[in-house]
Design a protein around this ligand. Structure first.
Ligand code: FES
Ligand code: FES
Length: 493
């Protein structure tokens, strides 16, 4: 019988027919292993109380440590993972320096959130070789919630790890050398060749979990089991946005398909749909610095920093995000918005062929028996001007109330618009492009008051905005959208 094997704090475990499909890593840690240091609260990837560190070896053989929300991860997704909980990094008499520093800066009161903060910071330090800036540390704060201490002492504690302030060892608050080296004696992944044979686990609740290694494996499972009902699972972070009340009978874990995690540049930048948002961000940053025609990816990187938070981005994939938009058109996907604004195309595979299409067509395509494999982002000359915005109720870790992306192709000599793309999310389920405004702007001087006023009138008329559950008033969102259109001009001055 196939089983899923992983380790927690250095000890090997495995699961198989003894678990249900809705058992999360958090349930397993707390209820089976009795490791109650890992807490839970929201169960939807929002509060960070459940964060643990995970170390894996990626498809290039590199060892990576990253944080995950254990409440979102199915225990059956943990194949080959080296999980570290707060108990694994330190405890009474052997506290890790992250724990000590948090205490010394008075960053904990009731303490319920503290393990999550500690594991979030620990993972970030490990992932970045203990070289972080204050800014990077502050931006990571969207991952966790604290209800009683207040964020200032926690921020002060963690900022002391930044490399753009004196080294932690030099700070008077942490002089105990004994607390500095406990983290390297426990967590090692043995590099082993993972068998690339499909694993099948008949779960306790009657559902069947398949772990597949090639795209063809997906079709093999579908061929034998049929398409109804089934679900492809990678990071499973979408569950935080749209809870899964009942898992379908067939669950296909595609997180080990390396082919979905690669990228290449022909003329376009082609990214695998299974790349995590974190990996895509790193890639965007790197390519935007090296290639003029992909400079706009830097702006996308900055926008992606506002998508969910680090642990979700670490395992949530770009393809999964697009599929969530496909399944729930109300979802104001920032990834859909950004990619649609630059007219990205996607590749969809079934067992016979690969079909390429634009993202709007994808939204109305039946994806049963198919898999989204690649996204192609085009190169853009310096005549293009790309801007995007996200309006949310908090500055971090919140879905968009309104998001918008604008791409203008300009005739630099005449200063007129050759073409434009205006994509606005969060208005209504149907509204995507401000097509009439795009048409109106063609041939006009973009940044004159006359053009702007007239375009705003066109935009106001064509916007379809609906009252939607969980969103602010329709009138407010409409005004926001108009304001963002105006803001492009302000940002260009
Ligand atoms: Fe809140 Fe997991 S319990 S993020
Ligand atoms: Fe009480 Fe953070 S210390 S919730």
């Amino acid at each position: 019988m196939d089983r899923i094997e992983f380790s927690v704090n250095g000890r090997q475990y495995s699961v198989g027919a003894d678990v249900d499909s809705d058992v999360s890593l958090n349930d397993y840690l707390r209820n089976v292993l009795n490791l109650r240091g890992t807490k839970y609260m929201c169960q939807e990837g929002g509060c960070g109380a459940c964060i643990v560190a995970v170390t894996t070896v990626d498809q290039f053989g590199n060892k990576r440590t990253f944080s995950v929300n254990s409440c979102l991860v199915s225990i059956t997704s943990c194949e080959g993972w080296e999980v570290t909980t707060v108990e694994g990094i330190g405890g009474r008499g052997r506290y890790h320096r992250v724990q000590k520093t948090l205490a010394e800066y008075n960053g904990s009161q009731c303490g319920y959130c503290s393990p999550g903060w500690v594991m979030s910071m620990y993972s970030l330090l490990e992932a970045n070789n203990y070289k972080l800036t204050k800014d990077e540390i502050e931006k990571s704060f969207g991952s966790n919630t604290c209800r009683c201490t207040g964020y200032r002492p926690i921020l002060d504690a963690f900022k002391s790890f930044a490399k753009d302030v004196p080294d932690i060892e030099d700070l008077s608050l942490c002089k105990d050398k004994a607390c500095s080296s406990k983290y390297d004696d426990w967590c090692f992944i043995e590099e082993k060749t993972i068998e690339d044979k499909i694993k099948q686990i008949n779960l306790k609740d009657g559902n069947v979990w398949y772990r597949v290694y090639k795209i063809e494996d997906v079709f093999e499972v579908i061929k034998t089991k049929g398409t109804n009902p089934y679900m492809l699972i990678n990071g499973n972070t979408g569950k935080g946005v749209f809870p899964i009340l009942r898992y379908p009978k067939i669950l296909i874990d595609i997180s080990s398909i390396d082919e979905l995690k690669t990228y290449y540049i022909d003329q376009n930048l082609v990214i695998g749909a299974g790349m995590s948002i974190t990996n895509v961000m790193d890639l965007f940053k790197e390519i935007s610095e090296k290639k003029e025609e992909f400079k706009y990816l830097k702006k996308m990187y900055e926008h992606l920093e506002l998508v969910a938070h680090i642990p979700v981005r670490n395992i949530g994939t770009v393809g999964g995000n697009l599929m969530l938009k496909h399944k729930h058109p109300i979802f104001p996907s920032d990834i859909f918005l950004l990619f649609e604004a630059v007219s990205a195309t996607i590749a969809i595979r079934n067992d016979k062929e690969i079909v390429e299409m634009d993202l709007q067509k994808f939204l109305s395509t039946d994806m049963s028996g198919k898999i989204l494999t690649e996204i192609k982002l085009p190169p853009l000359s310096s005549n293009y001007h790309f801007v995007s915005f996200k309006i949310m109720p908090r500055s971090q870790n919140a879905p968009a109330q309104i998001n918008a992306a604008f791409l203008y192709e300009l005739d630099r000599v005449k200063e007129t618009v050759l073409s434009s793309t205006i994509v606005i999310g969060g208005l209504s389920v149907k509204f995507v492009h401000a097509q009439k405004t795009e048409d109106y702007l063609r041939g006009k001087k973009l940044f004159t008051n006359e053009t702007l006023q007239a375009a705003l009138r066109v935009l106001e008329k064509e916007i379809i905005v609906k009252e939607m559950k969980g969103y602010s008033k329709a009138e407010y969102r409409k005004k926001c959208a108009l304001g963002l259109f105006y803001k492009v001009r302000k940002g260009s001055e």
